[in-house]
Each structure stands twice: as C-alpha cells, then as structure tokens.
Design a binder for this molecule. Sequence first.
Ligand code: HSE
Length: 428
Amino acid sequence: MSDPLRLGIAGLGTVGAGVVKIVRQKAALLEARTGRRIAISAVSARNRDKDRGVPLSSYAWEDDPVTLATRDDVDVFVELVGGSDGPAKAAVEAALKAGKDVVTANKALLAHHGQALAELAEANGCVLRFEAAVAGGIPVIKALTEGLAANEITRVMGVMNGTCNYILTRMENGGLSYDEAFAEADALGYLEADPELDVGGIDAGHKLSLLSAIAYGTQVAFDAVELEGIGRVSIEDIRQAADMGYKIKLLGVCRMSGRGLEQSMSPCLVPATSPLGQLEGGTNMVVIEGDQVGQIVLRGAGAGEGPTASAVMGDIMDIARGIRVTTFGAPASQLVASTPAKAATPAPYYLRFALADKPGALAKVASALGEAGVSIHRMRQYDHAADAAPVLIVTHKTTRAALDAALAAMPATGVVDDTPVALRIEQV
Ligand code: HSE
C-alpha cells in the first residue's frame, strides 16, 4: 500500500469547501481510481470560525497560506485563495520552492505570472496544474494538453464567463436592458466582487490567455489579449442580430497566423444555429479546432462548487496516479514569446449607428467605408424618427484596422451621431 497523498488546502470558499467534501465523501472512489489514499493534512482561510458546511476539526489549521504550503506533511498545495498577487502568489511560489506540487483554480495568477511559475515548478521538479482555472468543470486544459497534443491547433474559441452569458441571454430572452440583466445577475450572486472582472471581459481574457499558451506553445501573454466587455451591448443590437440569424456572445478567439498570435475577447455575432449561438445562461463552451481532429465542442458548467471542485480533484488525482504533465503542455523553457497580432484575420462586421435623415447622408457613410477599403455586404435603415434613423450595415470581410480607419472618419461626415457600434461576426 503506497503512502497517502497529503493535501494542504488554502482557501475555503465555495470551491475549497467543495474539494474538502469530495475528499471526505468519496474517499473510496478516489482511492480505487488512483491506487492511493488522498488525505487532507491542513487547511487555511481568512476566517477560522465560519461554518462552511463541512467538518474541518480533524485538519491542522494555518492562518498563513505560506506556512501551510511549506508544511512537511503536505505533498500537494491546493491554492484556492484567488488574486493575481498577494498571498496566493506568495504561497504558490513557496510551495514550489519547497518541492510541493501545486493545484490551483487561479486564472488571474497564471495569466499574469504563468511563465515564471511554470519555470519555477520545473526547476524544482514539481507539477503545477490548473484545470479549474478555465471553464470550471469542463476538462479543457486536459483536452488541449493531452488528448489533442498531436494536433496543430488552428483556432480556439470560447464562451468562458457564465455571468456575461447569463446577462446576454436574459437580455435576449427576457427583453431586459443591460442594467436590468446586470442587476438580476448581481441578485443571484453571480458577479465577482469586482464586477468588471466579469463584464469587462477580464476573467474570460485570463482564461483565453492560458488556452493560447497551450494551443500555440507560447508564453502566456494576457496583456496582448484585445479586451472588450459587454457593457456597450444593447438590447437593440441583440434584437437586430437575432433578426439576421445571429446571437451576440462574449467570445474569446485565439489563432496563430503568419502575422502572429491573435487573442481577442469581445462581444461577437455568431450564427444562432451554431453550438455557440445556442449556448444559453451561465454555461460555458469551448470550441477547439485541430488539423487532425477537426472541430470539437466542449460544453458544461463554468463555475459553482461541484463543477469547479471536480476539476480541482481531477488534477489532484492525476498527481496521485503519478501523471506529471508540464504546466502548459511543453517544457517551460521551450515556450516562445509570441508576437501579438491585433485582429489580423479579416472578418465581416456588424455596424449600427444613427444617421441624419437628410439627402446624401448615406452616401457620405458609404464613402467613408469605401475610402478605408471596407465593402458593404448588407444594409438596412429602419424606425425613422424626426431627423435621424438607425442604420445597420454588415460589411464584407475586412480587417479591424481598415474598419477602425473608416470609423475614425465618421465624425467628419457630420451625419453620424455618436460612436457606431461595431461587432465582429465570427464564422464558426
Ligand atoms: N465569474 C466567472 C463566471 C467564474 O461568471 O464564469 C469564475 O471565473
């Protein structure tokens, strides 16, 4: 009988409590599947007295996660504290330096420090695993790192923030304004403590940057993700997009082209009939395209106690089985610094703006687009008010740079109110 695998768990929020429950309630199953008993030596959290719905008295308590991470009776440090710096980073670094394997759900930490931490892990002969950091219960890290390892990845797309997808779904299905749907998500407790992490696309951008690193063998480059949140998406755009057969999703896309690595997290139109278009509520979806496998679609819960704890346990059980995979699917020293390519792949765009209702106005807009090399595919003017009317334009494929040049020229036409809404149409 081999020795138990001993855990030190820092962070006893929803996910931490979920992990403790699985270790306690499914001990026989875990041992049967890994051939090793999984035990908890010690735990740590900010508040010792809080009732977490699970007995903790049989575990040693540490106030300081760094002390927990380096205890002699801890083989695997499980970091569920969160945050890109501070105690989470200090404790993970301390654990790796002390030769402990690390399992974390912390996307922000890895998005900002993934390369340095992967190097530190390998220098110390440790593994650093993070399945729960991306798309909750969906085993997408394992899929990309292991199951699809023989593929050249042509594109990864993902709806990876359930809160945003919930808000957009409620706007579409419930006819709510953005503010109403946001308030509903808030009341349901979906929003992060800093809601901008969700609605600003930052949380989903963190996740995308981790997938890009694995998919393309590059160093994590969160700063190079082109980020746009959902705050400017209006019910009007959702309705117009639906009328044309599209849904609006906060969509992450990464792909490598001759120009470099493209990573964007922004509201996009996707065909309503596609798997991404049909994704409703707080669910996540990741679509991976590989040269051998073709397209695969992974769908499931992106957050919550059970799904996220399930992902954490998958990593812990790999370690118990003796499976030792590099952090980003290749030795950290071989991950290359990527050249960021800003939305270089041409795509059609959806544009909406209010146009003055007077002779020659449309011609001026068409001319601004034409001079920037942007060709119009479809156009509609509707709901004429007294002196202005909304105009919808779907362009032919164009680069974002050409489109931005056209949009920059719009104010000078004197016929367009406000900044036009411009959303990419992703072909999926
Ligand atoms: N706040 C995230 C979401 C879950 O709404 O999907 C944690 O990353």
